[in-house]
Write a new protein. Structure first.
Length: 250
């Protein structure tokens, strides 16, 4: 542009000037982190809302394991614990800038511990049921359960209390893997014994013709003293009858 200056005597002087328009300075309307407190191994997300022309974004003060990017949203998975003040800078092409900060806390998680792992009962007869129970402490988020080595008839399920009704007898070693939101895993095993059902076979009939030996006296004896006692008494009676038969033939 040209500027002309005229003095009080009417003398004029002109010169050319260059006018540079700097533009509007950038601004940051919000800078957030979610969640603001995490366990080591979890991920936080930083989000910035900025306005301006030709902006570039940069972050500083990030914990170890997190990196600055020219993005309005970045994910951060720290590899160290502590309290951190994270800063963001929005800068225009003309060098004008705006700044904001937010706090992030990273803490060490509690130890994942198996409190108990049991089956109640651990010895059972085929056709009966047992319940497998797992108790853990220190899980970050709800724990997940995966079972192995279950007897036939028992299905794996993601639960801490697992009912089990085996359909085959035998000895089984049942394992469990417990994991949490940080992908930490602990394992354990237990032994389960499933016994077969023993059927009681009837006593073999005595030698000779059993129907001929059961007279009125024997039937009355069974009714009076019961089956087991009557069988003993009948055996003695049959032995005496056989002995008498041999004596008569002699």
């Amino acid at each position: 542009m040209t500027v002309t200056v005229t003095s009080s005597w009417g003398t004029r002087s002109s010169t050319n000037l260059t006018l540079e328009v700097a533009g509007i300075a950038p601004s940051i309307s919000s800078f957030l982190v979610s969640p603001s407190s995490i366990y080591l191994g979890q991920t936080a997300q930083f989000t910035v809302q900025a306005s301006g022309t030709d902006l570039s974004l940069s972050y500083s003060g990030l914990p170890r394991g997190c990196y600055s990017m020219n993005e309005s949203t970045i994910d951060c998975t720290p590899s160290q614990t502590g309290n951190f003040t994270v800063n963001v800078t929005a800068e225009s092409a003309l060098g004008l800038s705006a700044h904001a900060s937010v706090g992030l806390t990273v803490i060490a998680p509690p130890e994942l511990v198996l409190v108990s792992y049991s089956a109640t009962p651990t010895n059972l007869t085929l056709g009966n049921s047992t319940t497998i129970t797992v108790i853990v402490a220190g899980s970050v988020g709800p724990p997940s359960f995966a079972y192995s080595g279950l007897p036939p008839g028992c299905a794996d399920s993601n639960r801490s209390s697992l009912p089990c009704t085996p359909t085959e007898a035998g000895n089984f070693t049942i394992g469990v893997d417990v994991s949490d939101a940080l992908k930490r895993t602990i394992s354990a095993k237990l032994d389960l014994s499933v016994l077969p059902v023993h059927s009681v076979s009837p006593l073999p009939p005595p030698s000779g013709s059993a129907p001929a030996l059961l007279g009125a006296f024997e039937i009355a004896l069974i009714a009076a003293v019961g089956t087991v006692a009557a069988v003993v008494a009948l055996a003695l009676l049959m032995r005496r009858k056989r002995r008498n038969g041999r004596d008569k033939s002699a």
